[in-house]
Design a protein. Sequence first.
Length: 255
Amino acid sequence: MKFIHRPRFYISFPLAMLVITVLIGISELSYRSSRLALADMADLVRVRQSIQDTLRHVLDAEAGQRGYLLTGDSIYLVPYREAIIRLQKDNGILRQWLHARPYQITQAHEFFSRIERKQLEMEVALRLYDSGNHVALRSVMDTKVGLQQMEGIRQVADSMAAGFIEGAQVGEQQVRRTLMMSRVAIAMVSLLGLFGIYLYLAREASLHTLNQKQQRLLEQERDQLEEQVRRRTSRLGQLATYLQNVREDERARLA
């Protein structure tokens, strides 16, 4: 009778490779999703900081312009020009960010438009002052256009910042959700792997029991064959003895 035997390597190794592959796949997908969400959050933080810097540069430019209009000292134009240059740089960062996110373009255009009008208002005031047209300058200052424009810039900036904060919160929730899904998936795959190992071990135990039973049957058959051989050997011995005795008796009778 033939033994039932299956090498464990051919079953356990593919099962282990399958579990490892699934776990690596889940980990890689979670990593990529989390990396994209974190990259978006970093962009939001950077753009929000750029907006804050833009507001600060507008205030610096306005302060330099006010100082020049009040004193006539050209030294106040230095921080004004520097603030304008930095303002243009920050606007470039914002425009580059918006190029990849056109859904934010409505508020951004309003933001850029208000800043440009504010810059134009400051430039007009400086030109009127340099040309000596103080009456026109006074009428422009009395309209409080600059104050209204600054308030409008702050409102749009606060609205955009609130949107960025909401976007960052959404990104954080996405990271948390991805990590939770990864944990659940890994736990499920681990449990399935343990269940598969349990089934494999249970089957191995069943095969081992069956093999032991077959081995006992073979041993019983072998013992029976040995017993039959012993009996037949004993009978053959008795028969040989009988024949020997008959032959000797026959010789004695003939003699």
